[in-house]
Design a binder for this molecule. Structure first.
Ligand code: NAD
Ligand code: IPM
Ligand code: MN
Length: 351
């Protein structure tokens, strides 16, 4: 029996994760779920945002489903030493699992163009995969400090780190439309110069069937929302990928429509890209679609069950037609939307 560890976390995390687990149980009744603490709640309970009991449970997990971590801007958690803050628990989890490639699909399903604030002709058919490097760059470099009136972080990458994530991007492009856009700031940063050199060399060596181009991150920030259909696979470093993917959420219409899969050395980690949404937490109105679609990615990439994953994607698209949540201009609460997904399960595909 596959073992899936559930880490609901903080804010809307438990609300959207409960919805995702309900859907998972429906399509994969043989899976064994084990729930554990992470984030601010874990700090409150154990004094550690990634406590040992959670780490132990991960050791033999086949996949991990995460909700969200973190508090509001004025949360006392933000005053803790950095290593004890909720977000540090999430970063430690990614590191522990060796998840260096974060797949963030941006898709506008047929018939759901109206949920996008973009003109329908711009939103229609958009299908982008952002591959975000997840274990390097300014997030993890230990050459960092705040002291007096000076602070610094270091953006550092090695060829090995660039190549392993670029391989995932090229592999994904091979199953898609065969195009990769590598995003950097090579006109200013040495680290981007190395990134660009290594991605190009890898393409020339092992992926000559892939069309590769390079664009600057500032320009991509404009083009991704004004002409999104120009992109197939985007590969970029950690911080650029974080920012571009929240921006790309505008295309389908909400952060609540952005799932992700983090893949690497061991068990995969599956999580919506949005945060704990303190402004709506506890109200029962969070959009669980990103969490449910992340459960779909867990089935596809973590447990190799594509049929069940496709079933979830179809059901979510149907539910979004009839019962959009408030973030998409609708009225459905989390419960109503989740029930709509469950009802749509097994329905014929969206036409
Ligand atoms: P956020 O993503 O939590 O919220 C941004 C806006 O989007 C809010 O208005 C929120 O209500 C809305 N939103 C997000 N997800 C939604 C959903 N599923 N349904 C409906 N509306 C949704 O970003 P933030 O406010 O900057 O961050 C809040 C906290 O979350 C911070 O502590 C931050 O560090 C943390 N965070 C965690 C993760 C994660 O766990 N992976 C990701 C991002 C931010
Ligand atoms: C995300 C989040 C995290 C990140 C934070 C909460 C550490 O914004 O998953 O996108 O920056 O990676
Ligand atoms: Mn983010």
């Amino acid at each position: 029996m596959p073992k899936v560890v559930i880490l609901p976390g903080d804010g809307i995390g438990p609300e959207v994760t409960a919805a995702a687990v309900e859907v998972l149980r429906e399509v994969a009744p043989d899976v064994n779920f084990e729930e554990h603490a992470i984030g601010g709640g874990a700090y409150d309970q154990y004094g550690d945002p990634l406590p040992q009991i959670t780490r132990d449970a991960l050791a033999d997990a086949d996949a991990v489903l995460l909700g969200t971590v973190g508090g509001a801007q004025n949360s006392p958690w933000n005053l803790l030493p950095r290593h004890l803050r909720p977000e540090s628990g999430l970063l430690a989890l990614r590191k522990l699992l060796g998840c260096y490639a974060n797949l963030r699909p941006v898709r506008v399903q047929p018939g759901l163009e109206h949920l996008s604030p973009l003109k329908p002709e711009l939103a229609r058919g958009v299908d982008i995969l952002i591959v975000r490097e997840l274990l390097g760059g300014v997030y993890f470099d230990q050459d960092r400090k705040i002291e007096g009136d000076t602070a610094y972080n270091t953006m550092r990458y090695t060829t090995a780190e660039v190549e392993r994530v670029a391989k995932v991007a090229f592999w994904a492009a091979e199953q898609r439309r065969g195009r990769v856009t590598s995003v950097d700031k090579a006109n200013v940063l040495e680290v981007s110069e190395l990134w660009r050199r290594d991605v190009t060399a890898l393409r020339d060596r092992d992926y000559r069937n892939i069309h590769l181009n390079h664009e600057y991150v500032d320009s991509v920030a404009m083009l991704i929302v004004s002409d999104p259909s120009r992109y197939d696979v985007i590969v970029t470093e950690n911080l650029f990928g974080d920012i571009l993917s929240d921006l790309a959420a505008v295309i389908p219409g909400s952060l609540g429509l952005m799932p992700s899969a983090s893949l690497g050395d061991g068990a995969g980690l599956f999580e919506p890209i949005h945060g704990s949404a303190p402004d709506i937490a506890g109200k029962g109105i969070a959009n669980p679609a990103a969490a449910i679609m992340s459960a779909g990615m867990l089935l596809r990439h973590g447990l190799k069950r594509s049929d069940a994953a496709n079933q979830i994607d179809r059901a979510v698209a149907l539910a979004l037609r009839e019962h959009p949540t408030p973030d998409l201009g609708g009225k459905a609460d989390t419960r109503t939307f989740t029930r709509a997904v469950l009802n749509a399960m097994g329905s014929p595909s969206v036409g």
